[in-house]
Ligand binder design. Structure first.
Ligand code: DC
Length: 220
């Protein structure tokens, strides 16, 4: 399915690691009554599965072979998204240190992206979604008129991760995510950029909603 076939509304929220986009996307989805989809969780789920099967995260051919024999189910439920890999729910492992370390590498494999992008488009086929990630506005839904790029200074992002009690080399991850060949993290030409360094979640959500209304979205 191509991005053009999605009949429903997609709000794309992209940005680097720990920019605040997850909190913003979740709060925004709740306020406008859309489903919240965290595409990073899908890449994390596949990374966990690759590691669980002792496949080297740098071995793209072995990852593709593994995924050829794996069922990945992505569904919407209770206004959020769920992922099952061969019937197993990986949610508890998505922020494991090993997953944090290897997710950029696994998500740079073009076939991994192809598989997951298709799943993302299917999720948005029948329902409205707020979807966050790195390439949602640039690649997954290039035709949506609702694109946002949330940024924050490196210091603020590091402090946010530490406050979550997570060990995460965000600078290294950003470098890898921005420099990979397949769908790197970029600011889509028509995205509205918000620096959240000195803003609250409510402040950012308020700015997005103002913008959505300006673009003619009806919000109840
Ligand atoms: O949003 P996050 O930090 O949980 O994402 C984890 C990783 O997944 C990120 O470092 C790169 C990858 N990712 C991606 O390549 N494309 C997306 N749309 C979302 C995430």
């Amino acid at each position: 399915m191509s991005a053009r076939e999605s009949a429903h509304r997609v709000v794309a929220i992209d940005g680097p690691a720990a920019s605040g986009k997850s909190s913003v996307a979740r709060a925004l989805a709740k306020q406008v009554g859309f489903n919240y989809v965290n595409s990073g969780a899908m890449y994390r789920a596949v990374t966990w599965y690759v590691l669980k099967n002792n496949v080297a995260p740098g071995d793209a051919a072995a990852i593709v072979r593994l995924l050829n024999n794996t069922r990945i189910d992505c569904t919407l439920a209770d206004k959020g998204s769920r992922i099952l890999i061969d019937d197993v729910d990986p949610t508890a492992h998505l922020c494991d240190d090993r997953v944090n370390e290897e997710v950029s590498l696994v998500s740079s494999v073009p076939r991994v992206r192809e598989i997951l992008v298709e799943k993302m488009r299917v999720l948005a086929r029948d329902q409205d979604v707020v979807m966050e990630g790195r390439d949602i506005g640039s690649v997954v839904f290039p035709d949506t008129p609702y694109k946002f790029y949330i940024d924050a200074s490196p210091d603020v992002r590091l402090r946010r991760r530490q406050a979550q009690g997570l060990r995460d080399q965000i600078a290294a991850r950003d470098r890898a995510d921005s420099s990979r060949r397949a769908s790197p993290l970029i600011i889509a030409e028509d995205a509205h950029v918000i620096d959240s360094s000195n803003l609250t979640i409510e402040g950012v959500v308020g700015e997005i909603i103002g913008r959505l209304k300006m673009k003619g979205m009806e919000i109840s």
